[in-house]
Design a protein around this ligand. Sequence first.
Ligand SMILES: [Zn+2]
Ligand SMILES: [Zn+2]
Length: 186
Amino acid sequence: MATQKHSPLTYNVSQLLREEPGSRREYAYTESALQLHEGEVLRDISGEAQLTRTESGIYVDASASGIVSTTCMRCLQPALVAVEVTFAEQYRATVDVSTGASIAVDTEEDDDAFIIDERHFLDIGAALREYAILEMPMRPLCKPDCLGLCAGCGVDLNQESCRCSEAPVDDRFAALQALLDRTPQQ
Ligand SMILES: [Zn+2]
Ligand SMILES: [Zn+2]
């Protein structure tokens, strides 16, 4: 981990933590991809983050825009959804930057608090992911007027026309019909 190249969403805040509360850094970042869910990826991310030193850590005020590649809920083809994300979160220091001593984080008070790791890296990736998920529509569509799949014949109605009326009786029923026709009526 120590030699890992840092993600553009990760900042070394050891210097900022040594400064007075109110001290600030501003960053502009781009990131090619961030996984949101299985099969759903936020791509072409660009944004800005403002990091401000607070008493207990660093306050992050960030914005980002990107494109989520996902699946259309109507036709099951790939769908692209543009999202704009803004968030502000407090990141708590877990290690005192001057002494190296651990700082107890009261997890009961705020169990989903974001933290600055023991090497003084602050990663906005998790928050960006959470907020991007909140921005996603419940039913993403490939286009607003997607026609979806026909419930009867299953064709993608964006590509082909429905075959339900063309062949009103499916082969299995046709065979059954032929059998019935041969059965003497009585
Ligand atoms: Zn669709
Ligand atoms: Zn159909």
